[in-house]
Design a protein around this ligand. Sequence first.
Ligand code: SF4
Ligand code: SF4
Ligand code: SF4
Length: 271
Amino acid sequence: MEYGGEYEVSTENPKPVVAFYGLTCCAGCQLEILNLEDDLLDILGKIDLVQFRMGSSAKHPGPYDVCFVEGSVTNDTEITLIKDLREKSKILVALGACATTGGVNALRNGRNIEELKQSVYGDSSHINTLPQILPLKSYVKVDHEIQGCPIAGDEFVEFLISLLTGATPTEKNYAVCVECRINENICLMKEGELCLGPITRAGCNALCPSVSIPCEGCWGPCPQANVESEIDMLSKKGASFDDVVRKFRMFNASKEDFMAQLKRRLNIEWL
Ligand code: SF4
Ligand code: SF4
Ligand code: SF4
């Protein structure tokens, strides 16, 4: 059997063999799936779920038809694991911000890792960690990404239905602002809030702005995000240099193109 290629449901087992794995993370994305109470039984009826630590202690060595991986690669052991999972899986899906952008784990990128280890742990000689946190696709071929911190349950269900029916999963290549306007929200920027909605990929149904909380960008940058215009807008709303850097780095510190645009606009070399 060849892995990492086109997906076909096995003729021996008509239900796809599905596994979930977690690397370094809070496990909130798997928890979001466990919380899919209305859809969970239907989902379980259509897949052969062989590994899902949120619901069962069962382990399965593979191979898998579909392997969902949440979390970031933070050490050598996890590099070995993700490569092994890639070998064993026809379809590998990165689940959530930690896996798709590095998420909050990547906040340490650009810092002196030895100094950080020392200040957090004191004697850190036993801490095995990589200096940079990168998306899973930096290590292996990833077939699909599901964004968010945590992911949205309805996006996950939509994705799974697409896979099971042979349809191409849809990508929302537009900004959170579009969803925000569909929801008829009053724009928080007009009220002086600092919102990343204009440059953040849609998919959360404008979750935060809909409850008057500005977007922090956890779905990652949307394609053709106009970073310069966003920085200008934030500055006009009174954002300081530190405010802008903090907001851009929160979930996307490992996004090189995104950070490069920020550095150019702010005329700085570090980040
Ligand atoms: S993306 Fe967010 S919710 Fe999901 S595992 Fe990472 S930190 Fe947790
Ligand atoms: S509140 Fe944020 S997401 Fe909503 S329209 Fe304004 S800038 Fe866009
Ligand atoms: S509004 Fe922004 S921060 Fe909130 S869930 Fe959506 S993408 Fe994430």
